[in-house]
Design a protein around this ligand. Structure first.
Ligand code: CO8
Length: 259
């Protein structure tokens, strides 16, 4: 499949998706949403693919936000009727298999929100995260105020949303927004390595582990612990559970069936 605004390639069991509008610092317009929705759906549906990496083309930006030029003439009714921002929830967050955001340069506004939709973020030492929407007279519209606050806490999230201040990679790691920081030149290779490790795991267990961790952000503790227990019990019925535990006992690597 070919796309207008992204590049997609498969490296063994890992899908690498690259936002490819460098002239607009990979700003997210409706075509990017359409392309990403299709690419993530294709990744989810392809049994040969077990982890994905999303990154930005060029060194300057992961994505500098929703496309301001596309939004400048829209009014409230346009935003409501087109419901543009909801597509990211179903088309990107709804991906069931794991994926990693590899962020170099600016991840601002919708770009920061897109990175936070990933299962985790690996940042280059050049990364800068921010929610500068207030400077445009608006506010985050793709989950940023909620995901940022859950990730870094109220004080930093509030300061970033109210002032538009950017967080650099060192601060982002300290604040737990990203899992780790690597030199910019190694970013994609490091993210692909992490993805390959995830891809080597039993695939259904990877999907369930992702669902479990995400539960912590979506439900109360008692309910999420109960759901965790049920998901564990479902995994216990898989062939890969039998294989994984037998392989451990027999001191050999597991061979996964994905069910
Ligand atoms: N949208 C469209 N084009 C963009 C965007 C963007 N978000 N960001 C950069 N570009 C374009 C520039 O217009 C420029 O294009 P051109 O050369 O044709 O003029 C090109 O990318 C390069 O950008 P700059 O020349 O500005 O590069 P600088 O190095 O000088 O600055 C910055 C880099 C600091 C990243 C700067 O480009 C910037 O501030 N960009 C905007 C960042 C921003 O405000 N992002 C948030 C957007 S809003 C959003 O994401 C949430 C939407 C919620 C809205 C809800 C509405 C109801």
């Amino acid at each position: 499949m070919s796309y207008e605004t992204i590049l997609v390639e498969q490296r063994d069991a890992v899908t690498l998706i690259t936002l490819n509008r460098p002239q607009a610092l990979n700003a997210l317009n409706s075509q990017v949403l359409k392309d990403l929705t299709q690419a993530f759906a294709a990744y989810d549906a392809d049994p040969s693919q077990r982890c994905a990496v999303l990154t930005g083309s060029g060194e300057k930006a992961f994505a500098a936000g929703a496309d301001i030029k596309e939004m400048v003439d829209k009014d409230a009714a346009d935003f409501f009727l087109e419901d543009f921002f909801s597509g990211w929830q179903s088309g990107v967050v709804g991906t069931r298999k794991p994926w990693i955001a590899a962020v170099a340069g600016f991840a601002l506004g919708g770009g920061c929100e897109l990175a936070m939709m990933a299962d985790f973020i690996i940042a280059a030492d050049t990364a800068k995260f921010g929610q500068p929407e207030i400077k445009l007279g608006v506010a985050p519209g793709m989950g940023g105020s909620q995901r940022l606050t859950r990730a870094v806490g109220k004080a930093k999230a509030m300061e970033m949303c109210l002032t538009g201040r950017m967080m650099d990679a060192t601060e982002a790691e300290r604040a737990s927004l990203v899992s780790r920081v690597v030199p910019a030149a190694d970013l994609v290779e490091e993210a692909l390595k992490a993805a390959a490790l995830i891809a080597s795991m039993p695939p259904m267990a990877a999907m369930v582990n992702k669902e479990m961790v995400n539960l912590a952000f979506e439900t109360g503790l008692a309910q999420s612990i109960q759901i965790e227990r049920r998901l564990f019990q479902i995994l216990a019925a898989t062939e890969d559970k039998k294989e994984g535990m037998t392989a451990f006992v027999e001191k050999r690597p597991g061979v996964w069936k994905g069910r």
